[in-house]
Design a protein around this ligand. Sequence first.
Ligand code: SF4
Length: 496
Amino acid sequence: MPLASSTPSTPLLFIDLNNFAAYPTLAVAYLIRSLRLNNIPVKLLSPLSLGVPAFTRDHQENWKDQLFRRIYFSSSPVLRHLHDYLRNIHSRWQSRPHPLMLQEIHSAIAKKPPAILISAYLTQYAMCVEIAKAAQQAGIPVLLGGPFFNLEDVTKEWLKIEGITAIVGAEVDFTIADIVQTLLQKGDLGQYQGVYTPDSKAPQMAYPLKRLEQLPVPDFTDFPWDKYPHPIIPVMTGRGCSWGACTFCGDVISVNGRTFRSRGAQAVLDELKQQSKTYASKDFIFLDIKLNSDLQVWNALIDHFQDYVPGGRWIGTVHVNHQGENGLSEERLIAAYKSGLRRVSFGLETASQRLLDEMKKGTCIEECAHFIQSAHAAGISVRTSMMLGFPGETADDLSHTLSFLKQHFNALDRVRLSLFKPLPNTPFERMYRRNPEKYDKLKQFKWDYRLARGLYRYQENREKAYRKAKRELLDIVYAINRKALVDDAKQFNGMM
Ligand code: SF4
Protein backbone atom coordinates (compact mmCIF):
# COMPACT_ATOMS: atom_id res chain seq x y z
CA MET A 1 0.00 0.00 0.00
CA PRO A 2 1.25 3.53 -0.74
CA LEU A 3 1.83 5.73 2.29
CA ALA A 4 -0.65 8.51 3.09
CA SER A 5 -0.33 11.11 0.33
CA SER A 6 1.13 14.56 0.71
CA THR A 7 1.46 17.10 -2.10
CA PRO A 8 5.01 18.30 -2.78
CA SER A 9 5.13 22.10 -2.96
CA THR A 10 7.90 22.25 -5.57
CA PRO A 11 7.45 20.40 -8.86
CA LEU A 12 9.15 17.09 -9.56
CA LEU A 13 11.70 17.29 -12.34
CA PHE A 14 10.80 15.01 -15.27
CA ILE A 15 13.72 14.61 -17.70
CA ASP A 16 12.70 13.22 -21.07
CA LEU A 17 15.91 12.19 -22.86
CA ASN A 18 14.10 11.13 -26.04
CA ASN A 19 15.56 13.05 -28.93
CA PHE A 20 14.71 10.62 -31.71
CA ALA A 21 11.44 12.12 -32.82
CA ALA A 22 10.10 15.46 -33.96
CA TYR A 23 6.95 15.20 -31.86
CA PRO A 24 6.18 14.89 -28.12
CA THR A 25 6.94 11.68 -26.20
CA LEU A 26 3.64 9.88 -25.70
CA ALA A 27 4.70 7.67 -22.76
CA VAL A 28 5.94 10.72 -20.83
CA ALA A 29 2.75 12.67 -21.58
CA TYR A 30 0.62 9.84 -20.11
CA LEU A 31 2.65 9.93 -16.88
CA ILE A 32 2.52 13.72 -16.63
CA ARG A 33 -1.27 13.62 -16.96
CA SER A 34 -1.53 10.94 -14.25
CA LEU A 35 0.69 12.92 -11.87
CA ARG A 36 -1.31 16.11 -12.40
CA LEU A 37 -4.63 14.31 -11.96
CA ASN A 38 -3.24 13.36 -8.54
CA ASN A 39 -2.18 16.95 -7.78
CA ILE A 40 1.53 16.23 -8.04
CA PRO A 41 3.23 19.22 -9.70
CA VAL A 42 5.80 18.37 -12.35
CA LYS A 43 8.16 20.27 -14.63
CA LEU A 44 9.36 18.74 -17.90
CA LEU A 45 12.84 19.12 -19.33
CA SER A 46 13.21 17.93 -22.91
CA PRO A 47 16.23 18.26 -25.24
CA LEU A 48 14.43 19.99 -28.09
CA SER A 49 13.08 22.74 -25.83
CA LEU A 50 16.72 23.62 -25.07
CA GLY A 51 17.67 23.73 -28.72
CA VAL A 52 19.28 20.25 -28.93
CA PRO A 53 18.40 19.15 -32.47
CA ALA A 54 16.32 15.96 -32.89
CA PHE A 55 17.65 13.06 -34.97
CA THR A 56 15.52 12.68 -38.06
CA ARG A 57 15.13 9.73 -40.43
CA ASP A 58 14.08 9.13 -44.00
CA HIS A 59 15.28 12.42 -45.48
CA GLN A 60 15.83 12.75 -49.22
CA GLU A 61 19.25 11.09 -49.53
CA ASN A 62 22.40 12.30 -51.22
CA TRP A 63 25.74 10.65 -52.12
CA LYS A 64 26.99 10.85 -48.51
CA ASP A 65 24.13 8.65 -47.31
CA GLN A 66 24.94 6.10 -49.97
CA LEU A 67 28.64 6.17 -49.09
CA PHE A 68 27.88 5.54 -45.41
CA ARG A 69 25.45 2.80 -46.35
CA ARG A 70 28.08 1.05 -48.46
CA ILE A 71 30.60 1.21 -45.62
CA TYR A 72 28.01 0.15 -43.06
CA PHE A 73 26.92 -2.95 -44.99
CA SER A 74 30.36 -3.89 -46.21
CA SER A 75 32.01 -7.04 -44.95
CA SER A 76 35.28 -6.59 -46.80
CA PRO A 77 38.11 -6.94 -44.25
CA VAL A 78 39.48 -3.50 -45.17
CA LEU A 79 36.20 -1.64 -44.96
CA ARG A 80 35.21 -3.59 -41.83
CA HIS A 81 37.77 -1.69 -39.76
CA LEU A 82 36.51 1.60 -41.14
CA HIS A 83 32.97 0.44 -40.43
CA ASP A 84 33.79 -0.44 -36.80
CA TYR A 85 35.59 2.88 -36.37
CA LEU A 86 32.73 4.92 -37.84
CA ARG A 87 30.13 2.98 -35.89
CA ASN A 88 31.99 3.63 -32.63
CA ILE A 89 32.21 7.33 -33.40
CA HIS A 90 28.55 7.43 -34.35
CA SER A 91 27.34 5.62 -31.23
CA ARG A 92 29.58 7.72 -28.97
CA TRP A 93 28.25 10.86 -30.65
CA GLN A 94 24.64 9.71 -30.26
CA SER A 95 25.02 8.73 -26.63
CA ARG A 96 27.20 11.60 -25.44
CA PRO A 97 25.61 13.81 -22.80
CA HIS A 98 24.73 16.98 -24.70
CA PRO A 99 26.41 20.01 -23.04
CA LEU A 100 23.28 22.18 -23.30
CA MET A 101 21.13 19.51 -21.71
CA LEU A 102 23.69 18.88 -18.97
CA GLN A 103 23.93 22.54 -18.13
CA GLU A 104 20.15 22.86 -17.86
CA ILE A 105 19.91 19.69 -15.76
CA HIS A 106 22.50 21.01 -13.31
CA SER A 107 20.66 24.28 -12.87
CA ALA A 108 17.33 22.44 -12.46
CA ILE A 109 18.89 20.18 -9.79
CA ALA A 110 20.26 23.25 -7.99
CA LYS A 111 16.63 24.32 -7.47
CA LYS A 112 16.16 21.17 -5.35
CA PRO A 113 13.19 19.36 -6.89
CA PRO A 114 11.79 16.76 -4.46
CA ALA A 115 12.52 13.94 -6.94
CA ILE A 116 13.78 13.36 -10.48
CA LEU A 117 12.08 11.10 -13.01
CA ILE A 118 14.09 10.13 -16.10
CA SER A 119 12.71 8.59 -19.27
CA ALA A 120 15.64 7.12 -21.22
CA TYR A 121 16.61 4.89 -24.11
CA LEU A 122 19.38 2.36 -23.63
CA THR A 123 21.87 4.41 -25.65
CA GLN A 124 21.68 7.15 -23.01
CA TYR A 125 23.64 5.42 -20.26
CA ALA A 126 26.32 8.12 -20.01
CA MET A 127 23.73 10.87 -19.57
CA CYS A 128 21.90 8.86 -16.88
CA VAL A 129 25.19 8.40 -15.00
CA GLU A 130 25.73 12.18 -15.02
CA ILE A 131 22.20 12.98 -13.84
CA ALA A 132 22.27 10.33 -11.10
CA LYS A 133 25.64 11.60 -9.85
CA ALA A 134 24.43 15.21 -9.61
CA ALA A 135 21.16 14.10 -7.96
CA GLN A 136 23.01 11.98 -5.41
CA GLN A 137 25.26 14.89 -4.45
CA ALA A 138 22.15 17.03 -3.96
CA GLY A 139 20.37 14.27 -1.98
CA ILE A 140 17.52 13.95 -4.52
CA PRO A 141 15.96 10.52 -5.23
CA VAL A 142 15.86 9.35 -8.87
CA LEU A 143 13.38 7.07 -10.67
CA LEU A 144 14.52 5.82 -14.08
CA GLY A 145 12.17 4.31 -16.67
CA GLY A 146 12.35 3.21 -20.29
CA PRO A 147 11.03 0.67 -22.78
CA PHE A 148 13.35 -2.26 -21.96
CA PHE A 149 13.64 -2.14 -18.18
CA ASN A 150 11.24 -5.06 -17.90
CA LEU A 151 14.16 -7.30 -18.95
CA GLU A 152 15.86 -8.51 -15.78
CA ASP A 153 19.40 -8.72 -17.16
CA VAL A 154 19.14 -5.21 -18.58
CA THR A 155 17.79 -3.72 -15.34
CA LYS A 156 20.49 -5.43 -13.27
CA GLU A 157 23.10 -3.75 -15.44
CA TRP A 158 21.52 -0.28 -15.12
CA LEU A 159 20.96 -0.59 -11.37
CA LYS A 160 24.74 -0.40 -11.04
CA ILE A 161 24.51 3.35 -11.72
CA GLU A 162 25.25 5.16 -8.45
CA GLY A 163 22.44 7.48 -7.40
CA ILE A 164 19.53 5.67 -9.10
CA THR A 165 16.95 4.99 -6.39
CA ALA A 166 14.80 2.64 -8.47
CA ILE A 167 14.17 1.54 -12.05
CA VAL A 168 10.63 1.27 -13.40
CA GLY A 169 10.11 -1.53 -15.92
CA ALA A 170 6.32 -1.51 -16.02
CA GLU A 171 3.34 0.36 -17.44
CA VAL A 172 2.67 2.61 -14.45
CA ASP A 173 0.14 4.96 -16.06
CA PHE A 174 -2.37 4.27 -13.25
CA THR A 175 0.11 3.94 -10.36
CA ILE A 176 2.82 6.53 -10.98
CA ALA A 177 1.37 8.91 -8.37
CA ASP A 178 1.46 6.20 -5.66
CA ILE A 179 5.00 5.23 -6.64
CA VAL A 180 6.15 8.85 -6.42
CA GLN A 181 4.48 9.31 -3.03
CA THR A 182 6.25 6.20 -1.76
CA LEU A 183 9.54 7.46 -3.17
CA LEU A 184 9.14 10.86 -1.50
CA GLN A 185 8.34 9.24 1.82
CA LYS A 186 11.22 6.76 1.54
CA GLY A 187 8.77 3.85 1.60
CA ASP A 188 9.15 0.36 0.18
CA LEU A 189 9.22 0.67 -3.62
CA GLY A 190 9.62 -3.09 -3.94
CA GLN A 191 5.88 -3.45 -3.22
CA TYR A 192 5.16 -2.33 -6.81
CA GLN A 193 5.40 -4.91 -9.56
CA GLY A 194 8.06 -3.99 -12.09
CA VAL A 195 9.83 -1.45 -9.83
CA TYR A 196 13.38 -2.55 -9.08
CA THR A 197 15.79 -1.15 -6.49
CA PRO A 198 19.49 -1.96 -6.04
CA ASP A 199 18.63 -4.07 -2.99
CA SER A 200 15.52 -5.82 -4.45
CA LYS A 201 15.77 -9.41 -3.24
CA ALA A 202 12.93 -10.95 -5.22
CA PRO A 203 11.77 -8.40 -7.79
CA GLN A 204 8.32 -9.03 -9.18
CA MET A 205 7.85 -8.63 -12.91
CA ALA A 206 4.80 -6.58 -13.86
CA TYR A 207 1.92 -7.98 -15.89
CA PRO A 208 0.91 -6.00 -18.99
CA LEU A 209 -1.53 -3.23 -18.06
CA LYS A 210 -5.25 -3.90 -18.47
CA ARG A 211 -8.22 -1.53 -18.87
CA LEU A 212 -6.49 0.62 -21.48
CA GLU A 213 -9.82 2.22 -22.36
CA GLN A 214 -9.51 4.02 -19.00
CA LEU A 215 -6.19 5.68 -19.82
CA PRO A 216 -6.31 9.44 -19.35
CA VAL A 217 -5.76 11.78 -22.29
CA PRO A 218 -1.97 12.44 -22.55
CA ASP A 219 -0.80 15.90 -21.48
CA PHE A 220 1.50 17.45 -24.09
CA THR A 221 1.34 21.03 -22.81
CA ASP A 222 4.99 21.10 -21.64
CA PHE A 223 6.49 20.02 -24.97
CA PRO A 224 8.12 22.65 -27.25
CA TRP A 225 5.46 22.82 -29.97
CA ASP A 226 7.09 25.86 -31.54
CA LYS A 227 10.30 23.88 -32.16
CA TYR A 228 8.78 20.95 -34.08
CA PRO A 229 9.10 21.25 -37.88
CA HIS A 230 5.42 20.44 -38.14
CA PRO A 231 2.95 20.04 -35.24
CA ILE A 232 1.94 16.38 -35.18
CA ILE A 233 0.05 14.80 -32.31
CA PRO A 234 1.07 11.26 -31.29
CA VAL A 235 -1.62 8.77 -30.34
CA MET A 236 -1.87 5.03 -29.70
CA THR A 237 -5.00 2.94 -30.22
CA GLY A 238 -3.57 -0.08 -28.40
CA ARG A 239 -0.40 -1.62 -27.06
CA GLY A 240 1.38 -4.69 -28.41
CA CYS A 241 0.85 -6.51 -31.69
CA SER A 242 -1.91 -9.01 -32.49
CA TRP A 243 0.59 -11.11 -34.49
CA GLY A 244 3.52 -10.96 -32.05
CA ALA A 245 5.41 -13.95 -33.50
CA CYS A 246 8.31 -12.52 -35.54
CA THR A 247 11.46 -14.18 -34.21
CA PHE A 248 13.56 -10.98 -34.31
CA CYS A 249 11.02 -8.48 -32.95
CA GLY A 250 12.03 -6.35 -29.98
CA ASP A 251 8.83 -4.30 -29.92
CA VAL A 252 6.75 -7.14 -28.51
CA ILE A 253 9.13 -7.79 -25.61
CA SER A 254 9.24 -4.14 -24.49
CA VAL A 255 7.45 -2.79 -21.41
CA ASN A 256 4.27 -1.83 -23.24
CA GLY A 257 4.55 -4.13 -26.27
CA ARG A 258 3.87 -7.41 -24.46
CA THR A 259 0.56 -9.00 -25.48
CA PHE A 260 -1.98 -7.09 -27.54
CA ARG A 261 -4.48 -4.79 -25.81
CA SER A 262 -6.81 -2.39 -27.56
CA ARG A 263 -8.21 0.86 -26.19
CA GLY A 264 -11.40 0.51 -28.21
CA ALA A 265 -12.58 2.82 -30.99
CA GLN A 266 -14.63 5.33 -28.99
CA ALA A 267 -11.86 6.24 -26.52
CA VAL A 268 -9.49 6.84 -29.46
CA LEU A 269 -11.91 8.92 -31.55
CA ASP A 270 -12.81 11.12 -28.56
CA GLU A 271 -9.12 11.65 -27.84
CA LEU A 272 -8.44 12.70 -31.46
CA LYS A 273 -11.11 15.36 -31.25
CA GLN A 274 -9.96 16.68 -27.89
CA GLN A 275 -6.24 16.72 -28.72
CA SER A 276 -6.80 18.38 -32.08
CA LYS A 277 -8.62 21.23 -30.33
CA THR A 278 -6.10 21.52 -27.46
CA TYR A 279 -2.97 21.59 -29.64
CA ALA A 280 -4.48 23.31 -32.68
CA SER A 281 -3.33 20.61 -35.12
CA LYS A 282 -5.22 18.20 -37.35
CA ASP A 283 -2.25 15.92 -38.04
CA PHE A 284 -1.73 12.69 -36.10
CA ILE A 285 0.86 9.95 -35.94
CA PHE A 286 -0.40 6.61 -34.66
CA LEU A 287 2.44 4.99 -32.75
CA ASP A 288 0.90 1.50 -32.60
CA ILE A 289 3.44 -1.13 -33.62
CA LYS A 290 0.64 -2.69 -35.69
CA LEU A 291 -2.23 -0.29 -36.24
CA ASN A 292 -4.43 -2.91 -37.88
CA SER A 293 -4.21 -5.24 -34.87
CA ASP A 294 -7.80 -4.53 -33.81
CA LEU A 295 -9.79 -4.41 -37.04
CA GLN A 296 -12.73 -2.76 -35.34
CA VAL A 297 -10.54 0.17 -34.35
CA TRP A 298 -8.77 0.25 -37.74
CA ASN A 299 -12.10 0.33 -39.59
CA ALA A 300 -13.53 2.91 -37.17
CA LEU A 301 -10.56 5.17 -37.91
CA ILE A 302 -11.13 4.80 -41.63
CA ASP A 303 -14.86 5.34 -41.37
CA HIS A 304 -14.99 8.09 -38.72
CA PHE A 305 -11.67 9.98 -38.49
CA GLN A 306 -13.11 12.84 -40.57
CA ASP A 307 -16.24 13.06 -38.37
CA TYR A 308 -14.00 13.77 -35.37
CA VAL A 309 -11.21 15.76 -37.06
CA PRO A 310 -12.61 17.31 -40.25
CA GLY A 311 -9.79 18.01 -42.70
CA GLY A 312 -7.33 16.00 -40.56
CA ARG A 313 -4.53 13.71 -41.76
CA TRP A 314 -2.80 10.72 -40.20
CA ILE A 315 -0.02 8.18 -40.60
CA GLY A 316 0.69 4.76 -39.08
CA THR A 317 2.36 1.35 -39.33
CA VAL A 318 0.54 -1.81 -40.41
CA HIS A 319 1.31 -5.50 -40.76
CA VAL A 320 0.28 -7.12 -44.05
CA ASN A 321 -0.64 -10.33 -42.28
CA HIS A 322 -1.48 -13.30 -44.42
CA GLN A 323 -3.81 -15.16 -42.10
CA GLY A 324 -7.40 -13.95 -42.16
CA GLU A 325 -8.71 -10.45 -42.80
CA ASN A 326 -6.14 -7.68 -42.44
CA GLY A 327 -8.18 -4.59 -43.33
CA LEU A 328 -5.85 -3.68 -46.20
CA SER A 329 -8.00 -4.43 -49.26
CA GLU A 330 -8.08 -1.97 -52.17
CA GLU A 331 -11.47 -0.72 -51.02
CA ARG A 332 -10.21 -0.14 -47.44
CA LEU A 333 -7.09 1.66 -48.65
CA ILE A 334 -9.10 3.99 -50.91
CA ALA A 335 -11.40 4.72 -47.96
CA ALA A 336 -8.34 5.20 -45.70
CA TYR A 337 -6.93 7.84 -48.05
CA LYS A 338 -10.31 9.62 -48.04
CA SER A 339 -10.26 9.53 -44.25
CA GLY A 340 -6.86 11.29 -44.18
CA LEU A 341 -4.28 8.45 -44.22
CA ARG A 342 -1.32 9.99 -46.05
CA ARG A 343 1.59 7.74 -45.22
CA VAL A 344 1.81 4.10 -44.25
CA SER A 345 4.80 2.08 -43.11
CA PHE A 346 5.13 -1.69 -43.01
CA GLY A 347 7.90 -4.23 -42.40
CA LEU A 348 8.74 -5.98 -45.66
CA GLU A 349 12.06 -7.27 -44.21
CA THR A 350 12.85 -9.31 -47.34
CA ALA A 351 11.08 -10.44 -50.49
CA SER A 352 12.24 -14.03 -50.07
CA GLN A 353 9.26 -16.09 -48.95
CA ARG A 354 11.62 -18.75 -47.57
CA LEU A 355 13.27 -16.19 -45.30
CA LEU A 356 9.97 -14.57 -44.32
CA ASP A 357 8.77 -17.99 -43.17
CA GLU A 358 12.02 -18.50 -41.22
CA MET A 359 11.40 -15.17 -39.50
CA LYS A 360 7.77 -16.19 -38.78
CA LYS A 361 6.76 -12.87 -40.29
CA GLY A 362 3.25 -14.11 -41.13
CA THR A 363 3.24 -12.41 -44.52
CA CYS A 364 2.96 -13.60 -48.09
CA ILE A 365 5.10 -11.73 -50.60
CA GLU A 366 2.40 -11.57 -53.31
CA GLU A 367 0.05 -9.94 -50.79
CA CYS A 368 2.74 -7.43 -49.80
CA ALA A 369 3.15 -6.57 -53.51
CA HIS A 370 -0.59 -6.09 -53.88
CA PHE A 371 -0.71 -3.94 -50.74
CA ILE A 372 2.10 -1.66 -51.95
CA GLN A 373 0.48 -1.08 -55.32
CA SER A 374 -3.02 -0.61 -53.89
CA ALA A 375 -1.85 1.89 -51.28
CA HIS A 376 0.13 3.81 -53.89
CA ALA A 377 -2.82 3.81 -56.31
CA ALA A 378 -5.03 5.13 -53.50
CA GLY A 379 -2.63 8.08 -53.07
CA ILE A 380 -0.94 6.89 -49.86
CA SER A 381 2.82 7.28 -49.57
CA VAL A 382 4.42 3.89 -48.78
CA ARG A 383 7.49 3.39 -46.60
CA THR A 384 8.95 0.05 -45.67
CA SER A 385 11.61 -1.32 -43.36
CA MET A 386 13.91 -4.13 -44.44
CA MET A 387 16.72 -6.18 -43.02
CA LEU A 388 19.97 -7.54 -44.41
CA GLY A 389 21.98 -10.35 -42.90
CA PHE A 390 19.22 -12.44 -41.31
CA PRO A 391 20.98 -15.72 -40.45
CA GLY A 392 20.89 -18.12 -43.38
CA GLU A 393 20.34 -15.42 -46.02
CA THR A 394 21.63 -16.48 -49.45
CA ALA A 395 22.37 -14.85 -52.80
CA ASP A 396 19.08 -16.27 -54.03
CA ASP A 397 17.17 -14.51 -51.20
CA LEU A 398 18.82 -11.22 -52.07
CA SER A 399 18.03 -11.54 -55.76
CA HIS A 400 14.34 -12.05 -54.90
CA THR A 401 14.43 -8.84 -52.86
CA LEU A 402 16.25 -7.00 -55.60
CA SER A 403 13.73 -7.90 -58.30
CA PHE A 404 10.89 -7.06 -55.91
CA LEU A 405 12.25 -3.57 -55.27
CA LYS A 406 12.78 -3.03 -59.01
CA GLN A 407 9.25 -4.12 -59.71
CA HIS A 408 7.76 -1.82 -57.05
CA PHE A 409 10.15 1.09 -57.47
CA ASN A 410 7.29 3.32 -58.64
CA ALA A 411 5.22 2.73 -55.51
CA LEU A 412 7.81 2.82 -52.72
CA ASP A 413 8.72 6.23 -51.29
CA ARG A 414 11.27 5.26 -48.66
CA VAL A 415 13.09 2.10 -47.61
CA ARG A 416 14.79 1.83 -44.26
CA LEU A 417 17.43 -0.88 -44.48
CA SER A 418 19.14 -2.20 -41.38
CA LEU A 419 21.37 -5.10 -40.40
CA PHE A 420 19.84 -7.98 -38.47
CA LYS A 421 19.99 -7.08 -34.78
CA PRO A 422 19.71 -9.96 -32.25
CA LEU A 423 17.77 -8.97 -29.13
CA PRO A 424 17.57 -10.71 -25.77
CA ASN A 425 14.29 -12.37 -24.75
CA THR A 426 13.12 -12.68 -28.37
CA PRO A 427 12.42 -16.10 -29.95
CA PHE A 428 15.79 -15.64 -31.70
CA GLU A 429 17.60 -15.76 -28.36
CA ARG A 430 15.96 -19.08 -27.52
CA MET A 431 16.72 -20.48 -30.98
CA TYR A 432 20.34 -19.38 -30.65
CA ARG A 433 20.69 -20.90 -27.19
CA ARG A 434 19.25 -24.23 -28.36
CA ASN A 435 21.38 -24.48 -31.47
CA PRO A 436 24.31 -22.03 -31.65
CA GLU A 437 26.01 -24.08 -34.40
CA LYS A 438 23.22 -23.09 -36.78
CA TYR A 439 24.38 -19.46 -36.48
CA ASP A 440 28.04 -19.96 -37.28
CA LYS A 441 28.07 -16.79 -39.43
CA LEU A 442 27.55 -14.66 -36.30
CA LYS A 443 31.19 -14.55 -35.21
CA GLN A 444 32.33 -13.53 -31.69
CA PHE A 445 28.71 -13.39 -30.58
CA LYS A 446 27.99 -11.99 -27.09
CA TRP A 447 25.09 -10.29 -25.31
CA ASP A 448 25.45 -6.68 -24.21
CA TYR A 449 22.72 -6.18 -21.61
CA ARG A 450 23.44 -2.51 -21.07
CA LEU A 451 22.31 -1.99 -24.67
CA ALA A 452 19.97 -5.01 -24.73
CA ARG A 453 21.39 -6.45 -27.91
CA GLY A 454 23.63 -9.16 -29.25
CA LEU A 455 27.00 -8.02 -30.62
CA TYR A 456 28.65 -10.02 -33.37
CA ARG A 457 30.77 -9.79 -36.43
CA TYR A 458 28.74 -11.02 -39.37
CA GLN A 459 30.66 -13.20 -41.73
CA GLU A 460 28.39 -12.90 -44.71
CA ASN A 461 28.23 -15.07 -47.71
CA ARG A 462 31.33 -14.20 -49.75
CA GLU A 463 29.93 -15.69 -52.97
CA LYS A 464 30.30 -13.37 -55.92
CA ALA A 465 26.58 -13.61 -56.66
CA TYR A 466 25.69 -12.56 -53.11
CA ARG A 467 27.99 -9.57 -53.13
CA LYS A 468 26.75 -8.46 -56.52
CA ALA A 469 23.11 -8.73 -55.45
CA LYS A 470 23.88 -6.82 -52.25
CA ARG A 471 25.59 -4.00 -54.15
CA GLU A 472 22.65 -3.68 -56.50
CA LEU A 473 20.24 -3.79 -53.58
CA LEU A 474 22.03 -0.89 -51.87
CA ASP A 475 21.86 1.04 -55.14
CA ILE A 476 18.15 0.58 -55.58
CA VAL A 477 17.46 1.52 -51.95
CA TYR A 478 19.43 4.71 -52.58
CA ALA A 479 17.48 5.38 -55.80
CA ILE A 480 14.19 5.02 -53.90
CA ASN A 481 15.34 7.21 -51.02
CA ARG A 482 16.42 9.97 -53.38
CA LYS A 483 12.89 10.46 -54.63
CA ALA A 484 11.15 13.70 -53.80
CA LEU A 485 7.93 13.15 -51.89
CA VAL A 486 4.53 14.58 -52.65
CA ASP A 487 3.72 17.51 -50.42
CA ASP A 488 1.29 15.74 -48.08
CA ALA A 489 3.78 12.94 -47.41
CA LYS A 490 6.63 15.42 -46.95
CA GLN A 491 5.01 16.84 -43.82
CA PHE A 492 5.17 13.37 -42.28
CA ASN A 493 8.60 12.29 -43.49
CA GLY A 494 11.06 11.15 -40.85
CA MET A 495 8.32 10.50 -38.30
CA MET A 496 8.18 6.69 -38.49
S1 SF4 B 1 4.27 -7.82 -37.01
FE1 SF4 B 1 5.73 -6.19 -36.47
S2 SF4 B 1 5.26 -5.65 -34.36
FE2 SF4 B 1 4.28 -7.62 -34.78
S3 SF4 B 1 5.75 -9.17 -34.09
FE3 SF4 B 1 6.14 -8.83 -36.26
S4 SF4 B 1 7.72 -7.22 -36.38
FE4 SF4 B 1 6.86 -7.22 -34.29
